[in-house]
Design a protein around this ligand. Sequence first.
Ligand code: TYD
Length: 211
Amino acid sequence: MEGLFITFEGGEGAGKTTVVQQLAQLLQQEGHDVLITREPGGIRIAEQIRNIILHPGHTEMDARTEALLYAAARRQHLVEKILPALNAGKIVLCDRFIDSSLAYQGHARGIGIDEVLTINHFATGGMMPDVTLFLDVAPEIGLKRIYENNEREKNRLDLETRQFHEKVYEGYKQVLKRFPERIKRVDATLPFSRVLDDVFSIVQHYVNEKR
Ligand code: TYD
C-alpha cells in the first residue's frame, strides 16, 4: 500500500499538536505504521532555515523572503522525510504544511494566495496532501489559550498583533473555499474528546479508501 499524507492546519492555540499525537496513538492501535512530523521536521537544513525565520530579532524580514524560506524548508522536509515515509507505506501526520503559507504569507502578509501557491508548487513539485484537517478556532479563543499556557515559548509570529491573527483566520477561510474537496473543517472549540473523534472518523474514511 502506498502511504497516506495527512496535514493539520489552524491558527495559534487550535490544539493541532495534541490532536496529532492522540490520533497517531489511535492509528497505531489499529496496526498502522505512523510518522508524526511537523515543519521543519527535525531536518537539519530546514531547522536552520526555521531559526532564521522565527528569530524574534529578525524584525526587518521581508514578506517574500519569509515565504521563500518556508517553501525552501518545506522542500527539504518533503524530500528527506515525508516522501520516503510515504514510499514505505506509512501514514504521515504533518503539523502544518502548504496551507499555512497560503494563510500566513499569502493572505495575512498580503503577498496573495496565488503567488504563494506558485512558489510552493515549485517547492513540492505539485504534490498536495491527500487530506487536510483544519482545526477551526476563532483567533480570540486560540490566543487566549496560548497566553494562559505560559510555558509555551513565544516566537516571532506569536508576537504579531491580534489583527494579524484575524487576517490569518480570514486567509484560512479563503483557502478552505479554494480546496473544498481536500480540506475538512473540524470545530476545535468543542471538548477535546469530541474534536479527536471527529478527526479520527474523517481519517478512517481515507484510510479505508486507500485499502
Ligand atoms: P510553531 O511554534 O510551530 O507554531 P504552532 O505551534 O502554532 O504550529 O511556529 C510556527 C509559526 O510559523 C506559526 O506562527 C505559523 C507560522 N508559519 C507560517 O507563517 N508559514 C508556514 O508556512 C508555516 C509552516 C508556519
